[in-house]
Design a protein around this ligand. Structure first.
Ligand code: C5J
Length: 232
């Protein structure tokens, strides 16, 4: 597992205000960059979405991930998905809407949103290293029914740099869960994406409104600048 040994901190330009991050207490949290959401034939497309809209987040995330790895930050990846027997998938989730394929059905990348299937895996561009943490989550929020809270506590994490997909669903839900648990969340706007550009904008606006009611919003350029300017 990655270690967080740096005692340095940096200011990050963000909205509604700049924020100082102690890198030794900061983790990079990458939400659900899975083939099932990003590629044709997966869960996202079965719901009628244009999955090409999510591709714009990959480059910014890859850049921040490379810098985080170079700094030795704790890196946590999440994957939304279910057990093959679907015992952790509520009927209310499986039955919802009118998708072309439902959760658990066989699709071009294996069973839709099922752990262990090709579609459930993280896209090659952002593939986790062996020492990085991968959290499998059955819900939208990364804290619900997972070990994420225990792991962050073990590493002394207080701040989360958050990115991934989709902005208004799993990113927002996770940020809200994290906020209630006392974490400072700094969301990387261009490292997030949605099938609905207007929901992406609204999702970010809700986080930073009212003095940052759920957290801060920044972009990858500001994060990379701060990572390169860490103060000892
Ligand atoms: C969705 C997610 N959109 N990762 N999941 O169903 O945002």
């Amino acid at each position: 597992m990655a270690t967080t040994t740096s005692a340095a901190s940096s200011m990050i330009e963000a909205e509604p205000a700049p924020i100082a991050l102690d890198w030794s207490a900061t983790a990079l949290l990458i939400i659900d960059m899975q083939r099932d959401f990003m590629e044709p034939g997966g869960f996202g497309e079965t719901l009628g979405n244009d999955v090409s809209l999510l591709g714009r987040a990959v480059g910014p995330i890859a850049a921040v991930l490379a810098a985080a790895r170079a700094m030795g930050l704790l890196v946590v990846h999440t994957r939304e998905g279910h057990r093959p027997d679907l015992t952790d998938a509520p009927p209310a989730k499986i039955e919802r809407g009118a998708p072309s394929l439902r959760i658990g059905d066989p699709g071009p990348m294996g069973r839709i949103l099922i752990r262990g299937e090709p579609g459930h895996d993280i896209i090659p561009e952002l593939y986790p290293r062996a020492e990085e943490i991968v959290i499998d989550k059955p819900g939208k929020g990364a804290f619900y029914a997972t070990e994420l809270g225990d792991i962050l506590q073990k590493y002394g994490i207080e701040n989360l740099l958050v990115c991934g997909v989709t902005t208004e669903v799993c990113v927002n839900t996770t940020v809200r869960e994290a906020n209630d648990r006392g974490y400072r969340c700094v969301v990387i706007a261009d490292g997030c994406a949605s099938y609905f550009p207007e929901f992406h904008a609204a999702g970010l606006a809700m986080i930073k409104a009212q003095g940052g009611i759920f957290g801060w919003v920044t972009d990858s350029t500001a994060v990379l600048a701060a990572m390169g300017s860490e103060q000892g």
